[in-house]
Ligand binder design. Structure first.
Ligand code: FSX
Ligand code: SF4
Ligand code: F3S
Length: 393
């Protein structure tokens, strides 16, 4: 693939998207305070995360440059705020730029300078001014037991606040496993009766699970909404298909070890240190849908996802697995063990990013996230465990 930089071609790929003289892109540079290259890299990352063809980068860049920012009301209930914390650590672009340019963040309890009645008044004013147009993001589970009395804000229960805010929203997004099905706060014995948003607001909800959810899955959902005026395609659990239609095991860099029968038997043993498969340590990758190994976390380089760092996947994105199935329990394999796992003539595949697709992007644009995936995919390629006695005096 040739990377060109001419007045009529973008710097990311050799298809036409923006010229250097494009006014829309130039105005984004100024408003966001981003370099043109960084901005286009962000668009490329979103396009790859969404599993869109290369031409989509241009449409995304155009939409972000020119379209109206959707107003967002962001609620917090029973949770640890890790969902917001992980979003604060995105780098393409940083959240401050995002708040200013991608969305109009009209109410967010963690980030708001105002408090108490002043903050509540701002929420109501935005909802009235943007009736039917705002996006509602809910973070945290809803304690629903005993009429919701275990979570009150300003004297009103989480159930009441959720119903009030969802009533006139254009879309409701449940962000994080707590908001999707109850997550960690709903762990047995669940004394406050924590449930997910869609058990209270019984209309369509976009579910973005994960504890914490990958911020790029949220950002890509919002960018899709801005670019195409509609939400991305969802599966039967309300999850965007681009992010949740492949199982972790499908993209995992340790998969060759699984297929070859090379397993870490306990934490810290020679196989564990050599990067062998974590299945016998309780990895739930074979029964968990998410794109973690393809898009990674935190923009910090290769291997930056749970299995990449040596910890088994706990299935944090999967209802019925994360925070329910014990870490010592082995994952159900559902036909992923040889010989059942030998390739079919027409192989079944999910949608969305793969390590390969993200690595192609890394090669083309040097995007950090893609480069990380490519590096991560090399982890543990060796077939021999390291000799535990090596390096000893
Ligand atoms: Fe839950 Fe988010 Fe886990 Fe924490 O708000 S999904 S406990 S990362 O913070 O809701
Ligand atoms: Fe990767 Fe876990 Fe599957 Fe092993 S069991 S290949 S560590 S996802
Ligand atoms: Fe969660 Fe497993 Fe990904 S624990 S973050 S779904 S690797």
């Amino acid at each position: 693939m040739t990377i060109r930089k001419t007045p009529n071609f973008c710097v990311v790929r050799n298809h036409g998207c923006f010229s250097d003289n494009d006014e829309g892109l130039a105005s984004v540079d100024t408003r966001l305070g981003l370099s043109r290259r960084t901005f286009l890299q962000f668009c490329a990352v979103v396009a790859v995360t969404l599993g869109l063809p290369p031409e989509a980068e241009g449409a995304i860049a155009q939409a972000i440059s020119t379209k109206h920012r959707p107003p967002v009301i962001w609620l917090h209930f029973a949770e640890c705020t890790g969902c917001t914390e992980s979003l604060l650590r995105t780098e393409h672009p940083a959240l401050d730029k995002l708040i200013l340019e991608l969305i109009s963040l009209d109410y967010h309890e963690t980030l708001f300078a105002g408090a108490g009645h002043q903050a509540d008044a701002a929420r109501r004013a935005s909802m009235a001014a943007n009736k039917g147009k705002y996006v509602l993001v809910v973070e945290g589970a809803i304690p629903a037991k005993d009429n919701g009395i275990y979570c009150k804000i300003g004297g009103r229960t989480a159930v009441e606040i959720l119903n009030e805010c969802a009533q006139d929203a254009a879309a409701v997004i449940a962000l994080g496993s707590c908001a999707v099905w109850g997550g960690m706060p709903s762990t047995k014995p669940n004394p406050t009766g924590c449930v997910g948003v869609d058990e209270v607001w019984k209309k369509p909800v976009v579910n973005i699970p994960g504890c914490a959810p990958n911020p790029y899955n949220f950002l890509s959902t919002v960018v899709h909404y801005i670019t195409y005026g509609k939400l991305p395609e969802l599966d039967n659990q309300g999850r965007p298909k681009f992010a949740y239609s492949r199982i972790i095991h499908e993209n995992c860099e340790r998969r060759p070890h699984f297929d070859a029968g090379r397993f870490a038997q306990e934490f810290g043993d020679a196989g564990h240190r050599a990067g062998w498969c974590l299945y016998k340590l309780g990895c739930k990758g074979p029964e968990t849908h998410a794109n973690c190994p393809a898009i990674l976390f935190g923009d910090v380089g290769g291997g930056s996802w749970p299995v990449g760092t040596g910890h088994p996947c706990i299935g944090c994105t999967e209802k019925g697995i994360g925070f329910e199935k014990p870490i010592f329990a082995l994952a159900e394999l559902k036909g992923v063990t040889p010989p059942a796992s030998y390739p079919r003539i027409v192989e079944q595949q999910g949608h969305g990013a793969t390590i390969a697709s993200v690595a192609v992007l890394a090669g083309a644009a040097g995007v950090v996230i893609g480069a990380s995936a490519a590096m991560a995919s090399n982890l543990g390629k060796g077939s021999k465990p390291e000799d535990p006695s090596e390096g000893k005096e």
